[in-house]
Write a protein that binds this ligand. Structure first.
Ligand code: FES
Length: 154
């Protein structure tokens, strides 16, 4: 069962659009921001609120790599692996992240602090190689600066 405050927000999103189903991405983002991932039980709740079949909501979550149904962490690092970031050195960013965090994509650090996710273009190609920590945007410069960025997240 979703917490009352989250449930209220989802209902507000659903009522904002002419068709409830148009609120699906907004609702899923809201759930993910709340829990750090998308728990199974939340899919049913979202489906009910939007008056959609459960498998429709599951398909949307599976389609977009921005949605994460796996193990949660306190912070999610999303690394763009699309072409511009690739050409601008995303491999150096990934190497530095692996060395600093000792995890691979899809994994969570032992202390539950970070989860590393590979995603497609985040629309910030001029900042390539680009990554996000939660909703904060960053351009990768070097391992030392990356370490300084990560130290801001407890
Ligand atoms: Fe990486 Fe667009 S290709 S942000």
């Amino acid at each position: 069962m979703l917490e009352e405050s989250l449930l209220e927000k989802l209902k507000q999103h659903a009522e904002y659009f002419p068709k409830r189903e148009q609120a699906i991405l907004l609702c899923l983002h809201e759930v993910q921001n709340h829990y750090g991932h998308i728990p199974e039980f939340a899919l049913e709740e979202v489906a009910k609120i939007l008056d959609l079949p459960l498998n429709h909501v599951e398909n949307v979550v599976s389609f977009y790599d921005m949605f994460d149904r796996g193990e949660p962490a306190r912070h999610r690092i999303r690394v763009c692996v699309s072409v511009v970031c690739h050409l601008m050195g995303k491999d150096k960013l990934i190497k530095a992240l692996r060395e600093l965090l000792n995890i691979d994509f899809g994994q969570v650090t032992k202390d539950g602090r970070f989860k590393l996710l590979a995603v497609q273009c985040l629309g910030a190609c001029s900042e390539a190689p680009f990554f996000m920590v939660d909703e904060d945007a960053y351009k990768f410069e070097n391992k030392e600066k990356l370490n300084e960025v990560l130290s801001r997240y407890a």
